[in-house]
Design a protein around this ligand. Structure first.
Ligand code: HEC
Length: 471
């Protein structure tokens, strides 16, 4: 046993004596509260790793702190091992008085603003401005004996606009069409989606090659899951148990993240590197597209094996789906490299059934600069299944067609270099990232009129509707 480990063991021994004494004194006729390890591991520990605006992370200092040491993360790891979590639990527990008034616990007072009842000074600064801070409440609930998160006050619809050239993502309230919050500390975010219950948001991180799980109520990174290579887009299974991540790095794969275990459990081999992955509306398939190998890869979400593939004549860009009356998938609509429009593939026969070319727009100059091989790079079917929207970087417009007959309804100007599209669940508003204007356009689906132009971060491309639990 090395010296450090010996010290740790001795410390745990001593703190367990202290804890026992505290326990006995509070047990004196009062309720005894036990601190829950799983809750500490999964809910409290992420707070020690999270970056708060202008603050240094807790672990940065406390890995060297003598009285309240936190375990150093292993090389290349973003979270502690089970054994390390146990040690963190022991040390953190020593600064709590379970079941007593929260301001009796040093863990809760030290980083809390003194004006909110915190201690006068903490060498690590003040991280929590008041007792309503969602992270502070997670810790306070732990000290009070919580085993699970408290119930959220509400679940709301939000639009998340990521920036392809930034390290933050804007959260838009579709009622006010304003940016109400930012998700920070995810550098070069690619795709975005959320858990069906709104508890967490999933962002793919192109800089660290991770799936970043954001706690919806704290907006902090809760976990980063290692991926098998550089990711692009992301999709969630219908029941929320799995997240599928497109791996753009050669040879390409779709990684499967088990959300309960918070682990990358499988890399499904695909024909080529994957740009985008989607789960079909009925939840039965994950559909992944390769630009380099021009293939559509259809994965069965029960077995997580390839069910079928289809080779096209050009690279696979964004896709979307419509459905039969029974909810099963009718067509895959796919945008292709170099094609100014989209193609419809019948899901059952795998045959191409329509090819739409977006017409030029009179009096509107065509742009050919910075197309990145994809003149049309944003497509979506409205949730009510009545219209399909496809954006053109060449003419700065969204083209709208009726479904199922694919008749052009009209087009609407949506800014320079328009990209991805996403809808509110009621199909009332569509949001489109205008990469060339650092803005997100909100367009009324019925009247094809722009209702808001919302300033967001640098080069906004991928945009996604999410559900978010709020406190
Ligand atoms: C910039 C470095 C730094 C950061 C960041 C930091 N701390 Fe500290 N912390 C210290 C130092 C130094 C002390 C010892 C001096 C003191 O008590 O302020 C300390 C003491 C503490 C103590 C009291 C330990 C004792 O011996 O009584 C607690 C509890 C604590 N910190 C919790 C936290 C938490 C929780 C976070 C993150 C939310 C955090 N700290 C972030 C530097 C830091």
């Amino acid at each position: 046993m090395n010296y450090h480990l010996a010290c740790n063991k001795l410390f745990i021994f001593l703190t367990s004596i202290v804890a026992t004494i505290a326990f006995v004194s509070t047990a004196n006729g009062q309720s005894t509260v036990e601190l829950d390890f799983e809750y500490f591991k999964n809910e409290v520990q992420p707070i020690f790793l999270a970056k708060r605006r202008n603050n240094v992370t807790c672990i940065q200092c406390h890995v060297r702190n003598r009285t309240f040491p936190m375990q150093a993360l292993e090389e290349g790891k973003f979270f502690w091992t089970e054994e390390q979590s146990r040690l963190n639990f022991q040390y953190a527990s020593a600064f709590t008085r379970p079941g007593e008034h929260p301001l009796k616990s040093r863990l809760l007072t030290h980083a809390l603003s003194s004006s909110a009842g915190g201690d006068p000074f903490h060498g690590g600064g003040k991280h929590f401005l008041n007792q309503n801070d969602p992270e502070w409440r997670i810790m306070a609930d732990w000290v009070a004996g919580a085993k699970t998160r408290r119930k959220a006050r509400d679940t709301v619809v939000r639009i998340v606009q990521t920036s392809a050239a930034g390290d933050s993502s804007a959260i838009i309230d579709p009622v006010t069409n304003t940016v109400v919050a930012m998700i920070e500390d995810v550098s070069v975010p690619h795709g975005v989606t959320s858990a069906p219950d709104g508890s967490q948001i999933y962002l793919t991180n192109e800089s660290l090659h991770t799936l970043d799980i954001i706690d919806s109520r704290t907006l902090r990174v809760k976990r980063r899951i290692h991926l098998s290579g550089r990711p692009n887009n992301v999709a969630v299974s219908k029941d929320g148990s799995k997240v599928y991540v497109a791996i753009m790095q050669e040879p390409g794969a779709v990684d499967v993240i088990d959300i309960e275990k918070m682990e990358n459990v499988k890399s499904i081999m695909t024909v080529g590197p994957i740009h985008n992955v989607y789960v079909t509306p009925d939840g039965k398939y994950a559909v992944a597209g390769s630009i380099q190998k021009t293939t559509i890869n259809v994965i069965d979400t029960v077995t997580d094996e390839l069910a079928w593939t289809k080779e096209m004549d050009a690279g696979i860009r964004p896709m979307t789906f419509d459905t039969h009356p029974d909810g099963s998938t009718r067509n895959i609509f796919v945008q292709l490299s170099g094609h100014h429009g989209f193609v419809a593939i019948d899901f059952n026969s795998h045959e191409e059934v329509a090819r739409i070319e977006h017409p030029a727009i009179a009096d509107h100059e065509a742009h050919t600069d910075g197309l990145q091989g994809a003149p049309a790079h944003g497509i979506g079917v409205a949730p009510n299944g009545k219209t399909i929207w496809s954006t053109s970087k060449v003419y700065s417009h969204a083209y709208v067609y009726s479904l199922p007959d694919l008749k052009e309804i009209g087009h609407v100007y949506v800014g320079q270099h328009p990209e991805w599209v996403t809808f509110t669940p009621d199909s009332k508003t569509v949001y489109i990232g205008a990469a060339g204007e650092n803005a997100t356009y909100a367009v009324d689906v019925e009247t094809l009129t722009v209702v808001a132009k919302i300033d967001v971060g640098q080069v906004p491309k991928r945009v996604g509707m999410v559900l978010m639990q709020v406190d």
